[in-house]
Structures are given as C-alpha cells and as structure tokens.
Ligand binder design. Structure first.
Ligand code: GLY
Ligand code: MN
Ligand code: MN
Length: 435
C-alpha cells in the first residue's frame, strides 16, 4: 500500500466528522535560531498527521464541499535559485502523486483560495497552536468573509480548532503509527543501555548525552524527541534539567530522560542509576519505592481503567513507600490529604505519547477521567526528588529518581514498548559491572 494511503484514510475519517465544515491548515513556520539561520525544520503534528507532508512553507484545504477535489496541498513552487540552497522541491504534479492530493498549488495562492472556500463553509477548522501569525490571518479571513456574506447568509461565525477532531483520532494509534513508535522505542532503549554501560564517575553529563544522541542519529532517528535530560546528583532533582554541563561524581545517582524521534514519532524514557554502578542503601531505598509504584501501575494498565485511577494508585504507593523509608511522616491518608508528598513528587504519573512527546488528546471528558482503550499509548513515570536543600534525612538529600516507560494498551492488557532497558537494581548493577 502506498504510504499516502495512510494519510488519505485519516482525511476520509476527518471528512466524516467535519459535517458542513472545512479544514484549513498551515504547516509549521520555520524558526530562526540565530540571525538568518533556522532550527532544523519540524512539521506541525496535526498537519503531518493529515498530509504526511514534511517540507516547510505548506498549507492545505480539506473541503468536502469541493466534491471532485476535496484535498488541496499548497507548497513552495519550484525555484532553481532557491533550491540550490535548501534542496529540490517537487513539481505540483509530483506533489499530487506523492501525497495523494487532488491538486497542488503555489502557496502564494493559499489565502485567496482559503477565503473562497470559507464562503460556503458552516465551520472552519484550523490548527490553533503556537503559530500566532497563522491564527490572526485566519481570523482576519473569517472577518472578511463575514462582511461578504452579510447580505447573502452562510459562512462561518468564527474559528474551530481542528484538534477537536484530530486529537481524538490521534489518541488511538493505528498500525502504521505503532510500528514507528516501537522503532523509536527500540532505538531509545538501546541508547539508554549504552549510556548506562559507559558511565563512570569523572565523566561529564554531556558525554552521556553524546552517547545517547549519537546512537539516535546513527540508527536513523532525526534526533532527540525532546531536549535530553542528563542530571547527576542534585541535578537529577530538577525536573527539566537540560544544561547537562556538570561532572559526574562518585556516589551520584544519574537521571537520564532522553529518547529518539523516529519518522516524527516520539519515545520517552527515563532511567536512573548510580554513577559507580552500585546502589547505596539510601539510593536503593528510594529507588525501590519508585520501581514498585511504576511496576504496579504498568500491571494495572488495561482497557476499562481510567487515567486518574492509575495516578491515584501511583500516588498511594509512592506515599506508602516514602512513609516506610522515613521520608514523610503521618498516615497515607493524612499525607495525601495535606499534600505534603508534593515536596518530593510534584508531577503527574504520565501523559499521552505519539507525534508530540506530550501528545495531544484530552485527559478528561464530561468531567470524567478518560477510560483507557486499545491503541492508546502513554508514559508511566513516577519519581521522587529530594534536593540538597531539603529537610529530609541527610542520607536522602541530593537524590532524584524517575523511572519511565512507554505503555501501549492492548485488547487484553498492555505492552511495554520500552521494557528492554534494565530497571531492576540487580539488572542495572549487572549491566554496569566491570567484571
Ligand atoms: N521527557 C519529558 C517527560 O517525561 O514528560
Ligand atoms: Mn514523559
Ligand atoms: Mn521523559
């Protein structure tokens, strides 16, 4: 099956949901890094999900009112002088062939075409994301249409988020997506094992980052799915520590939260291990609390369970464990009630995973937590973070631990996509052993 069929099936689904509306999407804008130099280009996830198109400068209109040609892709036209700098561009004919479009046009014609298409649409769905220029332009176009249809009637009253249609679709991964996600996971698990094995006191955090990211790229990934976190000692207690500049000291625990993006799909893995390959008593006490909670939550992940139930279970197990090892005082109910656990566990148990590392899709619907269904993929990532300024018993200070795996809900339970990196204490110690 040609790859473009994957996207045309999704567009067909969208057309079934869209009623008398149309979808007008803009690809992600390029982002300047310094002066006139851009960051590597990454397509907008919703745009990619519906078109498969990964080049900059594009837009599309999906218009059920245009019966013969519901899908128009707008792209940068061929321009030999520019292509010398940024690479070859497909002709409009080849764009039609390769992306299964009904027609391809010059991006310069996009706004006029959008305005025209809007006039007969009951609703206009667009991607409302961080591209404010696109959003203002779309609002401006709706305003223009309103003036034009004032005496004739019809036309949209405002803008709708295309996410209200696509994000529900993206929550359930199809087979094509699951293959790519497993590949992203496989590249990432191997990279974690490599970094764990290579680690020794005296190295720098960025050297572990280099091992991970070199493996990602070597295996065909575009690079990290998010900024790699490699935190040694107290740095492991900073949730989004991405500086990765410090030297690793004997006795540190190292937290690595890093994973590859493969063909636009993210993995998201965290492992925490001792720099010298041997857990101390205090390190293993906290580690075992996190691991017990993580394994129990994964075990409980199956169709019919709600996302909130998993978080509640995780929180209760972490609190039980923290009380047992002397990190928190009180009963489990008291600690949950007074939220004193938030000093050491301050984030949620997990998030949806897919094209975006924090993937789109609601966690609540009609005031209720989402019920897990086959095809959903999410992370399970409990953690305990005791920073050096904490009033906790001294032996626990400067230890941050998170363990994170990527879980696919199946018909009968779940599949851990990232199970290949060791997380049992004995397995980590064996992998890191120099013997
Ligand atoms: N790596 C980001 C997260 O775990 O949510
Ligand atoms: Mn995560
Ligand atoms: Mn993560």
């Amino acid at each position: 099956m040609p790859r473009s069929n994957v996207y045309s099936k999704r567009r067909q689904k969208l057309l079934n949901l869209i009623g008398g509306g149309i979808a007008i999407l803009r690809g992600a804008p390029e982002q300047i890094r310094t002066n006139d130099t851009e960051y590597p280009y990454r397509q907008d996830s919703d745009f990619f999900y519906l078109t498969g198109y990964t080049e900059p400068g594009a837009a599309c209109i999906i218009n059920p009112n245009n019966k013969d040609k519901p899908f128009t892709l707008f792209v940068l036209p061929q321009d030999p002088k520019k292509e010398v700098w940024t690479g070859w561009r497909l002709s409009f004919e080849d764009t039609v062939d390769q992306y299964g479009a009904d027609q391809a046009q010059d991006i310069a014609e996009f706004e006029t075409a959008a305005l025209e298409a809007m006039k007969t649409a009951a609703k206009v769905y667009t991607n409302l994301n961080h591209d404010k220029v696109h959003q203002y332009k779309m609002l401006d176009l709706v305003g223009q249409v309103r003036k034009q249809v004032q005496r004739t009637g019809g036309g949209p009253e405002g803008l709708e988020s295309v996410g209200s249609l696509t994000h529900g679709m993206r929550l359930i991964k199809d087979e094509h997506e699951l293959n790519l996600m497993q590949k992203a996971a496989d590249i990432s698990t191997a990279a974690h094992s490599k970094a764990m094995q290579a680690c020794s006191p005296g190295m720098y955090e960025y050297q572990l980052q280099a091992i991970l990211e070199s493996h990602f790229v070597h295996e065909g990934s575009a690079g990290p799915a998010y900024s790699s976190i490699v935190g040694a000692g107290d740095n492991a207690t900073v949730l989004h520590y991405i500086k990765n500049r410090d030297q690793i000291v004997d006795g540190d625990m190292i937290l690595i939260d890093a994973a590859a993006e493969y063909d636009m799909y993210a993995a998201d893995i965290t492992r925490t291990f001792p720099a010298n390959g041997k857990f101390s008593e205090a390190q293993s006490a906290i580690y075992q609390v996190v691991l017990t909670a993580q394994k129990a939550v994964i075990e409980a992940s199956k169709p019919g369970v709600t996302f909130q139930e998993l978080h509640d279970m995780d929180l209760r197990l972490l609190v039980e464990g923290m009380i047992a090892i002397g990190l928190l005082d009180g009963t489990v109910d008291e600690v949950i009630e007074n939220q004193s656990y938030e000093e050491y566990f301050m984030h949620k148990t997990g998030h949806w995973l897919g094209l975006d590392v924090h993937d789109m899709g609601n966690y609540m619907a009609d005031g209720e937590s989402i019920v897990l269904k086959p095809g959903m993929v999410f992370t399970v990532e409990p953690g305990i973070y005791v920073n050096s300024q904490s009033k906790a018993p001294e032996k626990f200070r400067g230890i941050g631990i998170r363990i994170e795996d990527d879980i696919l809900i199946t018909e009968t339970g779940n599949k851990n996509l990232t199970a290949a990196v060791p997380k049992e204490i004995t397995d980590i110690e064996a992998l890191m052993s120099r013997d």
